[in-house]
Design a protein around this ligand. Structure first.
Ligand SMILES: [Zn+2]
Length: 119
């Protein structure tokens, strides 16, 4: 769970409007607050919709803990997203939309390590 969250944030690939907009899954990258694109930085640090939920991150001094580069920060961010009821992973609807648009995932057997051989 934490690895998935961390990798999604690092890859800039998550279930927020900015990422969904890049994949043509939503009409706008903007946050519902109307101030900025809804990306991870905006949601964690700036969005006016999550002022109260952000208090825990500030109380626990997340900016100092980031310097330590350990999993405590990832756990804090995971708890924050759980608290605001936002899931950075794809919803079932999003997965279905991508499958309809791009075809089934893992075609070509790359995921299981097989390699397509030329005929
Ligand atoms: Zn916002």
């Amino acid at each position: 769970m934490l690895c998935i969250l961390l990798n999604r944030i690092r890859a800039n690939h998550y279930n927020l409007a900015a990422s969904r907009w890049r994949k043509d899954l939503t009409d706008s990258p903007m946050c519902e607050c109307g101030l900025k694109e809804e990306d991870v930085n905006h949601v964690i640090w700036k969005c006016s919709r999550y002022v109260n939920e952000r208090v825990d991150l500030i109380k626990k001094d997340i900016k100092e803990k980031i310097k330590e580069k350990n999993l405590v920060v990832v756990k804090m961010i995971a708890a924050f997203f759980k608290k605001i009821k936002r899931n950075l992973q794809k919803s079932k609807k999003e997965k279905k939309e991508e499958t309809l648009r791009d075809g089934p995932p893992n075609q070509g057997g790359k995921r299981n390590g097989t390699v397509e051989r030329p005929i």
